[in-house]
Design a protein around this ligand. Structure first.
Ligand code: UT7
Length: 321
């Protein structure tokens, strides 16, 4: 039994901030951002929350799957920007959708989170724990970003994407490759809320996202091709048989470099980062849901998903649609 995607959905905030708007906040320009990253705009939450977008995306994916709420046995939300420290976003989405029969929990693997969720859901399905799983990537990165730091605030956006996975004897997840290297956690991190404990010497200001952009860039262009080759080799599938390589939307130059290293044409690497920026764990499921909505995915198509991010973490999976 493999986990197979039978429904997708996504939700983006209504408000769109273009690069010119960001140039009113920090010293930057549309030209610099577009040239270095491929990003022209991003959706930013005003009314929306991580929970509301996760629930909306999940509701759409569930409707597309044709399943009833009580048929979902597992709900995973991948996020680094949960609205509440506890309970998890997953438990709140469970309540909103009435997924009474689901085990619900969050995972934190940053931009690789959706791939980790695919792996966990596939393992739960293979073990017989459940037949149907709902996995969501949801982020409100705008609340983690330092809006005075031009090297990070221009990159990120908010949104959510979701997929329903079902046990299937044919197709679905054919192979996977995941990794993490905690020794490099300081390359990209967010300190989070201050410690209010009066006994604790580290009490102080909340921290925002901090990143060594060039280190992340080099890590991505080296690691992504290796894990993509790994999933292809494990399944005995060649790159030429893959219809689309759906990569984490962080920077168009990273995606172009990966395409070159894999010897594959750039038109097999769909992108939405011009409109959405980098939405971390939400990036892959948003793009996948958009492609599905546009009718780009046909039964039997082979797709590779791959991502990388804070941790450091990375991963890939090969799917048959
Ligand atoms: O999900 C994973 C998340 N992280 C990533 O994917 C990050 C991967 N890395 C990147 O995408 C790129 O490293 C960045 C887009 C973040 C930066 O691009 P870069 O080509 O590596 O630029 P840089 O950091 O080498 O900076 C070059 C110059 C610097 O000025 P000086 O020192 O040469 O005078 C920066 O201060 O560009 C300056 N700069 C900016 N200028 C205008 C940095 N950010 C900006 C900005 N606008 N927004």
């Amino acid at each position: 039994m493999n986990a197979k995607i039978i429904g997708t959905g996504f939700q983006l905030p209504v408000y769109v901030a273009d690069n010119d708007y960001l140039a009113t906040l920090v010293e930057t320009s549309d030209e610099w951002i577009a040239e270095r990253t491929g990003i022209r705009a991003r959706h930013l939450a005003r009314e929306e929350t991580t929970t509301s977008m996760a629930a909306d995306a999940a509701r759409k994916a569930l409707a597309a799957s044709g399943l009833r709420a009580e048929e979902i046995g597992l709900l995973i939300v991948a996020t680094i920007s949960s609205d509440t420290e506890t309970p998890s976003t997953a438990c709140r989405v469970q309540a909103e959708l009435g997924l009474s029969g689901a085990l619900a929990f969050d995972i934190n693997a940053a931009c690789s989170g959706f791939l980790y969720a695919v792996h966990i859901a596939d393992a739960f399905i293979k073990s017989g724990f459940c037949r149907n799983a709902l996995i969501v990537g949801a982020e409100t990165l705008s609340k983690l970003v330092d809006w005075t730091d031009r090297s990070t605030c221009i990159l990120f956006g908010d949104g959510a994407g979701a997929a329903v996975l079902q046990a299937s004897e044919k197709g679905g997840v054919l192979s996977q490759s995941l990794g993490s290297d905690g020794s490099r956690w300081e390359v990209l991190f967010c300190q989070g809320r201050p410690n209010g404990n009066p006994l604790c010497k580290t009490a102080g200001q909340p921290g925002y996202m901090r990143m060594d952009g060039q280190a992340v860039f080099k890590f991505a262009v080296r690691t992504v091709p290796v894990c993509v080759e790994d999933v292809l080799q494990k399944a005995g599938v060649s790159g030429d048989e893959v219809k689309y390589f759906v990569l984490h939307q962080a920077n168009s130059r990273i995606i172009q470099s990966v395409a070159k290293r894999l010897g594959q044409p750039e038109d097999k690497f769909p992108m939405n980062l011009a409109q959405c920026g980098n939405t971390s764990a939400a990036s892959l499921p948003i793009l996948l849901a958009q492609m599905n909505e546009e009718g780009k995915l046909q039964k039997g198509d082979k797709l590779v998903l791959s991502g990388f991010g804070a941790g450091l973490t990375w991963g890939a999976c090969l799917l048959e649609w």
